[in-house]
Each structure stands twice: as C-alpha cells, then as structure tokens.
Design a protein around this ligand. Structure first.
Ligand code: PLP
Length: 402
C-alpha cells in the first residue's frame, strides 16, 4: 500500500472533492451535467481578447527556453506599471514574481513564510486554496467572520479578536470569492490598521479587481498602506478569460528591506521551479497595456452584468432563498433559510442536487463557512442556461428536507 503524506491529513479542498468525483461518475454513465461550480470563463464562450492571443502566437518562437525565474522582464515591467497606475508607489519589475496562476504564487508566498504552528488570518468564507495551503505549510488558518448582514464585509472586531502572538499574516480577498463582496475603503483601512498594529504581512488576492458591477469601486490594498509590506496577487484567469494559460503575478510593495529575509526565501522558491510557463507570460504585456478592457461585459446589456442580475433576481424569488447582490466577481452566494430547509450536510445537499437534477453547484462549507446553509452559483453561463439551472434548483428545493 502506498500511504498518503500525513501533512495532507488536515488539508481540505472540498469544492473539488466528492462532488466532482460524483459528477464524473454520472458523466461516465452518460448523463449531461450542467456545471455552475467553476469560475472558468472559456467553456461559457467568454473568450480572451484577440489581441492578447495574437501576441502570444507571435512570440511563441521566443518562448522556447526557460525565462528569468521571476518571469520575463517585459511582463514584470507591465505588471509593475499597472500597479503604479493604481497608486502603488515605487514598484518596479524586481518587485514582481510571475507564476503559473495565482494558485502557484499563493503556495510559494506561504511556503516561504510559515513555520509549524504559525497562524494566518483568512476570511470566512474564503477561496479555499488559501486555507488549504496554510495547512499544507504546517500553519493554522484562523478564520475571521465576514458578515452577511453587512454585505459580507469583514467584521473588524472579529478579525481583531482572532489575532494572537502566533499570527504572522492576514489574507484579504477583494473582490471576494465566493461572496462577490467588494470592500469599502473604510473596511480596508480597518484591516490594514490591524495588520500594522500587530506586525502582520498582508497578502491580498485581487484577481477580480476589474470585475465590478454598477457603482462598485475597488481599492487596491497596497495603495492604501505604503508603509506596510503587502503582497498583491492578480492574474489573467478572470478579467482576461485566460484561466488555462495559468498566468498570474505577485507584487511586493512597501518597506521591502523589512522583509529581505522573507524575500530571499521567495526568490529561492521561484528559482527552484525554474520559471513559470513562458508562452503565457507573453500575454501579460498586451493584457495590461491599456488597450484591452472588459467594461463591455460589465455595463448594462453586457453579458456578465445581465447574467449577474438575472441569477441574483431569480434565485431570490425561490421561497426561503436570500442573497446579497454581488458587487464584483463571478459568483452569487445565496443563503437557504434554515427555518425552511433543514440542511444538516450541505455537501450531501449538492450531491443530491447533482444526482436528481444533474446540476453542479458548490456547497458553502467548502469555502470554510461554519454553517451548512449556502451554495455558490457561478453566473458565467448565458441567461437561458441560468434560467434552466435555477429552475432545477427551485424544483429540487421544493422537495428538500422541509
Ligand atoms: N484567487 C481567487 C480568489 C480565485 O477565485 C481563484 C480562482 O478561482 C484563484 C485565486 C486562482 O487563480 P489562478 O487561475 O490564477 O490560479
């Protein structure tokens, strides 16, 4: 028998666990599954901008060798300049690390930081890779509450109450997956102030920073705290619809000299993986160069905007379903009223939904929410598809545990 490493025992990533395995079985039996469980734009016909793809093709010949371990200079420069435009002062190409998606950079950033027993503040609910990687590194993810009644804003008192002498870092996910919340300047300043007072490294995942609806404004945390060491993560997967390219970046800002030893560790890890995938790096300069934007998808009449409005509206029409309207990102995170739906195990609920209606959603506890009363719906699909999906959910709920 080949045993699993014991350090995996506490690592959870349930949104891709048993539900996905059951979906694969059903597909193998010949069923068609409607999948609204993954923020992957391409399968829904949301293609990358042509100009970005053309540049990658034109540069393929130059992309055959390893690059600088941090990534090609032109792409790192483009990333640094894009953050300078957002008000992050004094960042240059040497402050940028490119990676095979934000996912790889989350792993590198935490591996370089954590010792066994170190604590990291992570939002609840979160994008669960954050919690999983903290555990994988031997650390403890300490979840702070995001308050649904306050549009899922982090509860600053709760964040403060969870800080201990072992806390090393604070994770911010803004705009948030799964809640779609976009944090106010005051909330961010409050979080940053806690990080300042307790000497915490700030890791801010801003991969949805341009996917905003109506009058939502995104504030880049690093721009609000030039006196703090902040690691900002972003990438091409969502705004530029290039999830398959696996292309992301990490930008270090603030007083880097205070973090020089940590940054040496990060550099070591960057060197150990040789470099990120090189062809995908050639997409970055064009993507960030200013000629590509996604406002046509977000304005009234734009696909994402229409789909968000439709999904939110139709979900809230189901009896016992309430939902904060997402101000950003690609997700709605409705609450199934426990007085109406007696849910004991929300993973079981989404598996039952899958089996009965061939619809795949993600369960809230998979995002480290403590209560089993939410599901996440991806609204990348066209309105007609969402219409069918939400009808299926409504039919399912009619008979569920009432
Ligand atoms: N961070 C958040 C908040 C996400 O939602 C996702 C993907 O859904 C990622 C990171 C992973 O991004 P990437 O495709 O760049 O690895």
């Amino acid at each position: 028998m080949v045993a699993q490493a014991s350090r995996l025992q506490d690592v959870r990533y349930d949104i891709r666990g048993p539900v996905l395995r059951r979906a694969r079985q059903l597909e193998a039996e010949g069923h068609r599954i409607l999948k609204l469980n993954l923020g992957n734009p391409a399968p829904f016909g949301l293609d990358a901008p042509d100009a970005v793809l053309r540049d990658v093709v034109q540069n393929l010949g130059d992309a055959q060798g390893y690059s600088d371990a941090r990534g090609i200079h032109s792409a790192r420069l483009a990333v640094a300049q894009s953050y300078e435009r957002l008000g992050v002062a004094g960042v240059g190409p040497d402050d940028v690390y490119l990676g095979n998606g934000v996912s790889e950079l989350i792993a590198m950033a935490l591996q370089a930081l954590l010792n066994v027993g170190d604590e990291v503040l992570v939002p609840s609910p979160d994008y669960p890779l954050w919690t999983g990687v903290v555990s994988l590194c031997g650390g403890s993810a300490v979840h702070y509450r995001c308050d649904e009644q306050a549009g899922w804003a982090p509860d600053l008192d709760d964040v403060g109450a969870h800080i201990s002498p072992r806390t090393r870092a604070m994770v911010i996910i803004n705009p948030n997956n799964p809640t779609g919340a976009v944090y106010s300047k005051e909330t961010l300043l409050g979080l940053l102030d806690l990080a300042r007072r307790h000497g915490l490294l700030v890791l801010t995942d801003e991969i949805y920073d341009q996917i905003l609806y109506e009058d939502a404004v995104h504030y880049c945390a690093a721009a609000l705290a030039p006196d703090l060491v902040v690691l900002t993560l972003g990438g091409l997967s969502k705004t530029y619809r290039l999830a398959g390219f696996r292309s992301g970046w990490l930008v270090v800002s603030g007083p880097r000299q205070e973090a020089s030893e940590y940054l040496e560790g990060l550099e070591l890890l960057a060197n150990m993986r040789l470099c990120p995938n090189v062809p995908a790096q050639y997409a970055i300069q064009t993507a960030l160069g200013g000629t590509v934007d996604i406002t046509h998808l977000l304005q009234p009449g734009g696909r994402l905007r229409e789909q968000r409005d439709f999904a939110w509206q139709k979900l809230t029409e189901i009896p016992g379903v309430e939902c904060v309207k997402p101000a950003g990102s690609l997700y709605v995170f409705p609450r199934l009223d426990p007085d109406v739906y007696k849910i004991v195990d929300d993973e079981r609920l989404v598996i039952d939904l899958l089996e009965q209606q061939h619809l795949m959603l993600s369960h809230g506890t998979g995002f480290n929410l403590p209560t089993p009363d939410h599901v996440r719906v991806v609204f990348l699909a066209a309105v007609t598809v969402l219409d069918d999906a939400i009808d299926r959910l409504a039919r399912f709920l009619q008979n569920y545990g009432q």
